[in-house]
Design a protein around this ligand. Sequence first.
Ligand SMILES: Cc1ncc(COP(=O)(O)O)c(C=O)c1O
Length: 446
Amino acid sequence: MVGGRCGTAAVKRKARSQGTRQHAKCGPRQRRYNKKIRVHTLHTSRNMSSQAASAISDTSLAPLAPLVSRLPRVGTTIFTVMSALAAEKGAVNLGQGFPDFDCDPLLLDAVNDAMRAGHNQYPPMAGILPLRQAVSDKVASLYGRRYDPLTEITITAGATQAILTVVLCCVHPGDEVIVIEPVYDSYVPAIELAGGKPVFVQMEVGSDGYSVPWDKVAAAVTPKTRLIMVNSPHNPTGSIFDADDIAQLTAIVRGTQILVMSDEVYEHMVYDEHRHESACRHPELAERAFVVSSFGKTYHVTGWKIGYVAAPAMLSAEFRRVHQFNVFTVNTPMQYGLATYMEDPAPYLDLAPFYAHKRDLFREGLSGTRFKLLPSRGTYFQCVDYSAISDMPEAEFCRWLTTEIGVAAIPISAFYDQPRESGIVRFCFAKKDQTLRTALERLSRL
Ligand SMILES: Cc1ncc(COP(=O)(O)O)c(C=O)c1O
């Protein structure tokens, strides 16, 4: 490297063995730079003990040790693997859980208008008041509980940041947190980052789909239990809580110090005659619940990463303490755009019929195959039992399906801490009808 910083690995190695003789080989610019460094080091070492100075020079020679990971068990997720494979094989990607269509142009206009109106600087830490007010109004009209927008609603950088912040604000090292498997992939790392201990309870699967065995959840409670994390409508199973689930959960936490994180990001995707049993509807549960939702899911803008947490003032205050040093604020123009767009409730009220149509199209198309369809009562996921087609493990079956049939899916085993095979995979039907038809044409061979 002529006239450069003589920084190649070979030169550095030689420099280490020859001390300062390397400088003879440097260009004039590098020599000036090295001189500056020598002068700086001289001044620094004059101002400290010779022991400290030699510690610095020793450290500069020591190679950087590998980091001790805070999350040693986390590797490349199956979602990344399957998406890469789908792209490589030209498969229809029904693995990834997000729409392949765009959002309402009116929402884009509202955000653009906000930018042009100069809403481009830091918003208040908890979110702009009009958006918090809009969330408060929506929750009150749908679930009957009025959260105070000033003290009980916080706008977050998507549900993922909300979930991490909930865990960080209430779980202390050694606390236990009950999670119900199959479980969304961010919960357990969040618990581990907080120094907590995840305690796993598995859902049961029968002819009517997946359900939570509340007796097992109750049995998992110990004096160390601090939080129970629940998710309805549920990713990946498409199951939903009914009033009995809520009653059982409420009975478990009654009279304890256990808090609840209720992940309701699919709250507007509940089908048929069912209704969404939000924790907000149930006063006793709501008193100890952080309710998390995501505008990304509701308005087909998963890439915007914006959501909210509704929780009683005491819980929200602690949430905000962590939130302010976690992200501090969430981007301003999206907040103004969403606040304006939410004046019309139709987009979230119409979401269930919109996705029910896609679910029905997909289920109808699969009905002639050997896949056994599990109920999909909520979310935009359809689980299928493929045991009549293959006895491959789930991840292998998904790879085969992607490579040989041309449709990507996600193995349910990816949502468990310990390997667990149930012969079930998840398809995402948040896709254009044409995408679903292409996938169905391919799957019809099975
Ligand atoms: C159950 C569940 N919770 C949380 C999230 C994260 O939502 P967001 O994209 O708003 O962070 C997802 C996204 O897939 C999810 O499925």
